[in-house]
Design a binder for this molecule. Structure first.
Ligand code: UN1
Length: 504
């Protein structure tokens, strides 16, 4: 099989040695053709707890290094990524099935967050606060937190880890990573690149600063339940996130959650339909509909619906579905058989709810027999029906017509998830209304771009069942640190706050 032949080369270019992980029954399977890329061994419970212990010891040392010096390690890691962008991007494609352009984009996203984190290492600012007492000063200091646990999903197998890890390292934390069992190889490769950067950095990088746990659910649970891990950042399904949140809450640990999205776009009467069409297609079929930011619900004003639909149908009919390694392919495979079945079930439900479905059936791709390829689906719905309240991780775009902006915003907000959203309009009132307090209730609300493909500079995450966490840019770093409020008395008196008199 093509993928099985390709994997050796790519791992060689990345300098990955699988021996430490080899010899188990955990298969990394390429969604491109079903080829088994490697059979790996899961870490034992003892190995997992040892790695967490080592990460904790590493933290105790790492936290004392000045933050700009910690940033230097992230800078070196970013250099490794730059040097290996092509090979790592190809590995992402081999293991996730996303097209090569998107595999490379994922590695670029890692490079970007490294650059951001290096700058941040000199900007971990705290406030100074006016004290109500004479001769006193108040301030906030941000300190390293501890071991950051990262649980990542198959669809962004390395970028989402890097959002967490790059910030955690400059914040003075160590990181223990439990990747999706569907994508262990990309994680092993990234860990190898990190170790190379750490070796270049020298003895100031303690062993175990970044650890990788290969395994399934039990490995994740061990991480979530370990008292030495004060923060667990988890990306994946709402079901998984709820379990993580509950277990963390039981031991009063922090959880940072980035869970399901069910993202909508509103296309208003004044929209530039040409731009909207391009944004819709990228957001709805990119990564074969398997981004948490994928566009799933499209609300089109009645007056432009026929025109927009005609454009979309035409493009959907000829979308290049195929081998993601080949140039020209825009839609690669779904991750596995279960994803294919979930898509068919959702389309069935859409039909039962009065939807008219175009596309959605299995596509045959030469040389890729073991893969699950589909023609992306458009589902014209009579209104926002029950199926549209669920996130199905597949390229299904539900379309409903609206009459008033209030109705479209209400539909946008009516689902349990609250990650990303967007509006296409050239009417400034509509744009501002959409971004206002009574507009979109999502963590991301865009104007004249689609809901997916965010830059790393903004805080990334969403509300409601999306979990409330914010990762990546802006001030997301604060989640990886603990805040101390310091009050300093430089006077010779001891005035009490709130004017309390307490004479002894
Ligand atoms: C995800 O799907 O979990 O905004 C992350 C985007 C990407 C990240 C997606 N930058 O679509």
């Amino acid at each position: 099989m093509e993928t099985v032949k390709a994997i050796g080369d790519v791992l060689g270019q990345l300098g990955v040695d699988l021996r430490a992980h080899a010899g188990g029954d955990l298969n990394s399977r390429s969604p491109i053709d079903g080829g088994i890329l490697a059979s790996l061994r899961a870490d034992t419970a003892q190995e997992t707890t040892d790695k967490i212990g080592q990460a904790h010891a590493a933290f105790l040392q790492w936290r004392n290094l000045p933050a700009p010096r910690r940033g230097e390690l992230v800078r070196l890691f970013g250099e490794e990524l730059r040097m290996h962008k092509e090979a790592l991007g190809r590995l992402v494609t081999l293991e996730t099935g996303k097209i090569l352009q998107e595999g490379l984009g994922e590695v670029q996203e890692m490079i970007d967050i490294c650059d951001f984190a290096v700058g941040l290492s000199r900007q971990l600012y705290g406030l100074t606060i006016a004290s109500e007492r004479p001769g006193h000063r108040m301030m906030e200091t941000w300190h390293p937190l501890g071991v950051t646990g990262v649980i990542s999903a198959f669809n962004f197998p390395v970028a989402v880890w890097s959002w967490n890890a790059a910030l955690a390292f400059v914040c003075g934390d160590s990181v223990v990573w439990k990747p999706s069992e569907k994508t262990p190889l990309t994680a092993i490769a990234v860990q190898a690149l990190f170790e190379r950067a750490a070796a270049r950095f020298g003895n100031d990088a303690p062993p175990g600063l970044s650890a990788l746990i290969i395994g399934g659910r039990e490995a994740g649970e061990a991480l979530v339940d370990d008292r030495r891990v004060p923060l667990v950042s988890a990306t994946g399904s709402t079901r998984m996130g709820r379990a993580v949140a509950e277990r963390c809450a039981r031991r009063m640990a922090r959880s940072l959650l980035e869970l399901g999205g069910n993202n909508a776009m509103i296309v208003a009467p004044s929209a530039d339909l040409e731009l909207a069409t391009r944004a819709i297609v990228f957001s709805a079929v990119g990564t074969a509909g398997q981004r948490c930011t994928t566009l799933r619900r499209l609300f089109v004003h009645d007056s432009v619906a026929d025109s927009l639909l005609a454009r979309l149908k035409k493009i959907y009919e000829t979308l290049p579905v195929g081998n993601p390694l080949e140039q020209g392919t825009l839609v690669g495979p779904l991750i596995d058989e279960a994803a294919y079945s979930a898509m068919q079930d959702a389309l069935e439900q859409a039909r039962a709810e009065g939807g008219r479905v175009h596309g959605g059936s299995r596509a045959q791709v030469a040389g890729c027999k073991g893969g699950h390829y589909v023609a992306p689906a458009l589902a014209e719905m009579p209104e926002q029906t029950a199926v549209m309240h669920h996130e199905t991780f597949a390229p299904i775009l539900y379309i409903a017509r609206y009459q008033s902006l209030e109705q479209a915003i209400a539909w946008n907000n009516a689902v349990p998830q609250g990650l990303s959203s967007s509006i296409f309009t050239t009417d400034i009132r509509e744009a501002e209304m959409f971004m206002s307090a009574s507009g979109s209730d999502c963590g991301i609300a865009n104007v004249n771009i689609g809901p997916s493909g965010a830059e790393i500079g903004g805080a990334f995450g969403g509300e409601k069942e999306t979990g409330g966490g914010r990762e990546s840019g802006s001030d997301a770093w604060k989640a990886y640190m603990r805040r101390a409020t310091n009050t300093v008395n430089y006077s010779q008196a001891l005035p009490l706050a709130q004017g309390i008199s307490f004479e002894i």
